[in-house]
Design a binder for this molecule. Structure first.
Ligand code: FAD
Length: 551
């Protein structure tokens, strides 16, 4: 019997310069959390769908990021899909914050359960997508030159999927082992007895570093910007606890839907200065001792908008770092000075600060002694030459628009999406773009971010609801209007005003010093909270999508 992947391979896509031979109603790019659910929903509409995925398996983020320590900072049971009661009934989460292998297993289970693989073509990177007005179709080309045509092109390409390397001379000259945390080898990396460098101290590095420190002979961490971290407090989930979670699923998902970031943690209704210093301290101690994002998402309502409130909570976390790191000079280096607590996504950690008390670990502040180059044997800074066996680049992602920029997407008149968004994204609801008919983005820029699958499930349902609407009415062309885009963009910019997060360089404000053209801050996401985001999108659908140009 022919396996699904063989059947897909035998499709004989067109490689000539003529019109593309293989036609689909919809092409989805990406087989992560978003792409898998999009496929499930489109297939339920009876459409002919193909998913193209660069990786060799499903999972997206949870397929690629295999570095030791990679895990959720969302509670596992709030992260899983909510659409299938049967799936909720049969899946047991082993840990409060599942590790990468567990989440990859979960997403493979989903793909198997709903027989999704037969419509996914792996090792298939989409390089170009071009809209043809004469056919009202998209023509899509893969890296291997094969071409396909579809009516609807749906991107599910991730907000943190375009990994970036630092711009350091000599990267190619290193003779030891090197890798980026995102492209972690499936066979793993052996640190035992090795001299290891980690470049970067973002969320991935903070998860990875304690694992390297345990095994390596010597670990040297090269830090440019320290982050404010808080304890994860992970634990196993026993059978009884899982039974309790299962019974509370409707309540858990309802709560996530009510909070601005779709987490189970909601802001405390009090302002920081409304309580006494003693009450404040006790509240923060409690949050610091609890699992998950409570300290960030469940804190006083004003810590991310009021500078004085933010300074107080930052001081609380700074004191914690000083308590945990024995060498005061190292502790000071680990305390951020250029941004307040919570104004960047807070990495959750397990024993991160204590690592710097180990005799085999050193911290190098590259603001003081910049990296000059990578050499054949290690790293040279302005102050010293270091020898390493392994260099790990934990240098993050060209976030939110990076994965779009890596595809040559051309709309009406050959206009490039990358050019259109040069000064910042312009979208309608983070889903449609004027001049790019029939392109639908799941979790595109200017949509609400947060606990991802909660937001993504909604996004997929809205997008596939629109496709169903078009199919039922025989519509073949859907486009955002200029007025709709202008209004949404203005609204997104307005809701971003006054948020301390938007005054800070971070991936959330589109800044990546390693990517050309991404040095200035932009509003990249909708920050009015997910309940408000849904209200806007629901209203558009309820009015028969009148805000769109339909034909
Ligand atoms: C290390 C890490 C930890 C995280 N932890 C959390 C967490 O705890 N909670 C949370 O809410 N979020 C977390 N996130 C965010 C995470 O990305 C989302 O939770 C979610 O997995 C995104 O799913 P997605 O399907 O939208 O995108 P992704 O999972 O990024 O999948 C996109 C897929 O598209 C594919 N793709 C992209 N471009 C192309 C192309 N041109 N051609 C073909 N295929 C392409 C990629 O290969 C990838 O597999 C984390 C992210 C990272 C990197």
């Amino acid at each position: 019997m022919m396996r699904a992947q063989d059947a897909i391979a035998a499709e004989r896509p067109d490689r000539s310069s003529g019109p593309a031979a293989t036609e689909f109603d919809a092409i989805v790019i990406g087989a992560g959390v978003s792409g898998l659910y999009t496929l499930y929903k489109l297939r339920a509409l009876g459409l002919r769908v193909r998913v193209f995925e660069t990786g060799t398996g499903v999972g997206g983020t949870w397929y690629w990021n295999r570095y030791p320590g990679a895990r959720f900072d969302s509670e596992s049971y709030t992260y899983g899909y909510s659409f299938s009661p049967e799936l909720l009934e049969e899946w047991d989460w082993a840990e409060r914050f599942a590790s990468q292998p567990e989440t990859e297993r979960y997403l493979n289970h989903v793909a198997d359960k709903f027989d999704l693989r037969r419509d996914i073509r792996f090792e298939s990177r989409v390089t170009t997508a071009q809209y043809r007005e004469e056919t009202r179709c998209w023509e899509v080309e893969l890296e291997d030159g094969s071409r396909y045509r579809c009516r609807f092109l749906i991107t599910a390409i991730g907000v943190l999927s375009a990994a970036t390397m630092p711009r350091i001379p000599g990267i190619g000259s290193f003779l030891g082992t090197s890798c980026h945390t995102h492209f972690w080898p499936k066979e793993g990396v052996a640190f035992a007895g090795k001299r290891v460098a980690v470049i970067g101290t973002g969320a991935s590095a903070i998860q990875l570093i304690p694992h390297v420190a345990k095994a390596a002979r010597q670990l040297t961490v090269f830090q440019r910007t320290p982050n404010w971290c808080a304890p994860l407090h992970n634990d196993r989930i026993g059978d009884e606890e899982m039974r309790g979670i299962r019974a509370r699923y409707p309540e858990i998902f309802a709560r996530c839907n009510d909070t601005p970031g779709c987490f189970i943690h909601a802001p405390d209704p009090r302002a920081t200065h409304e309580v006494t210093p003693e009450e404040r301290e006790a509240f923060w101690e409690k949050l610091y001792g609890e699992p998950g994002f409570g300290i960030w998402q469940g804190n006083f309502r004003d810590i991310l908008v009021d500078r004085a409130a933010n300074a107080l909570v930052s001081d609380f976390i700074a004191r914690k770092i000083r308590q945990r790191v024995k060498d005061p000079a190292v502790a000071e280096k680990l305390i951020p000075k250029n941004h307040g607590f919570g104004t960047r996504r807070v990495p959750l950690e397990t024993g991160y600060y204590e690592v710097y008390n180990q005799s085999n670990v050193a911290l190098v502040d590259i603001n003081e002694t910049p990296i000059e180059c990578i050499t054949a044997t290690g790293i040279r800074t302005s102050a010293a030459e270091y020898e390493f066996d392994i260099i790990i680049y934990a240098t993050g992602f060209d976030a939110i628009t990076g994965s779009f920029d890596r595809i040559d997407i051309a709309g009406l008149g050959g206009q490039r999406l990358k050019d259109k968004w040069r000064d910042g994204p312009q979208t309608f609801l983070g889903i449609l773009v004027e001049g790019f008919p029939n392109l639908l983005m799941v979790m595109g820029p200017h949509a609400g971010l947060g606990n991802f699958p909660r937001a993504a499930e909604y996004s997929v349902e809205w997008v596939t609801g629109l496709v169903r609407f078009a199919r039922d009415r025989g519509l073949t062309r859907i486009e955002a209007t200029q007025a709709g885009v202008a209004e949404w963009t203005e609204h997104v910019l307005a809701t971003g005003q006054g948020l301390l997060m938007n005054e800070i360089d971070s991936w959330m404000t589109g800044v990546n010093r390693n990517v050309e053209g991404k040095q200035t801050r932009k509003i990249m996401r909708y920050s009015g909270g997910h309940p408000a985001f849904r209200e806007h999108c629901d209203a558009v659908a309820a009015q028969g999508y009148r805000r769109l140009s339909l034909g």
